[in-house]
Design a protein around this ligand. Structure first.
Ligand SMILES: [Zn+2]
Length: 219
């Protein structure tokens, strides 16, 4: 790989255009505040399975043997392929999001903390940290405003009336507000909370947020 450094000032993108919020989760790779859901990349799952089998075959071979080296080389190659597939998916998704947004808000996840916790493997597999880096780069290239916002309690607040609705179990896939009756998918509601926070951060507060969310809700 060849890397060049350039002393060029890239102008910062100003907040403008259609705003969206993004929530990353386990049941979907990403949910968008307008209700769109992106599934976990499927080719990745089969490649992972293949990787596991290859790794097992390495461990069965005698240490230091030629066969083990050969098997190890296959593992490295597959690792590379998985990284490529993942990067391809991340860029594809990032461009897709930039196609219909002028501002993108994402959660500022403490990814390392999350990965160490109970979500462990899922987080690392989904590669959200890597995705957000790609998304940020993509936004800069395409002139889309990108901002990370506080991810605290995004799934515990109603995106319609902003009432705290309490902790949800991971198995609860639907957000249903007892206060205002608003019902939507859990991840979509979280993405809408991210959107509201993002808009507040760039100065669109109060009524503007509500109107935008309301508009996004109606088809
Ligand atoms: Zn509500």
């Amino acid at each position: 790989m060849l890397t060049l450094q350039w002393n060029v000032e890239v102008p910062d993108v100003m907040p403008n255009g259609n705003p969206i919020g993004i929530d990353v989760g386990i049941s979907h790779f990403a949910a968008v505040s307008n209700g769109k859901l992106f599934p976990n990349p499927r080719p990745f799952i089969s490649l992972e399975r293949k990787l596991k089998l290859l790794q097992q075959s390495v461990s069965r071979k005698v240490k230091g043997s030629n066969n083990r080296k050969k098997a190890q080389a296959k593992v490295s190659k597959l690792h590379e392929r998985i990284a490529n597939v993942r990067a391809y998916y991340h860029w594809l998704l990032a461009h897709n999001l930039c196609d219909w947004a002028g501002m993108i808000f994402a959660e500022d996840l403490n990814l390392k903390g999350l990965a160490r916790g109970f979500l462990g493997k899922h987080c690392l597999d989904a590669g959200w940290g890597q995705f957000f880096e790609v998304l940020e780069q993509c936004c800069r290239k395409r002139g889309v405003f990108f901002l990370k916002v506080n991810s605290k309690k995004t799934s515990q607040i109603c995106s319609n009336c902003l009432t705290e609705t309490g902790k949800k179990d991971l198995s609860e896939r639907v957000h249903s507000c007892e206060h205002c009756g608003y019902t939507t998918l859990r991840d979509v509601a979280a993405a809408q909370v991210v959107l509201i926070r993002g808009l507040a951060a760039v100065g669109h507060t109060g009524l503007a947020c509500f109107l935008r969310v309301k508009r996004l809700r109606s088809p």
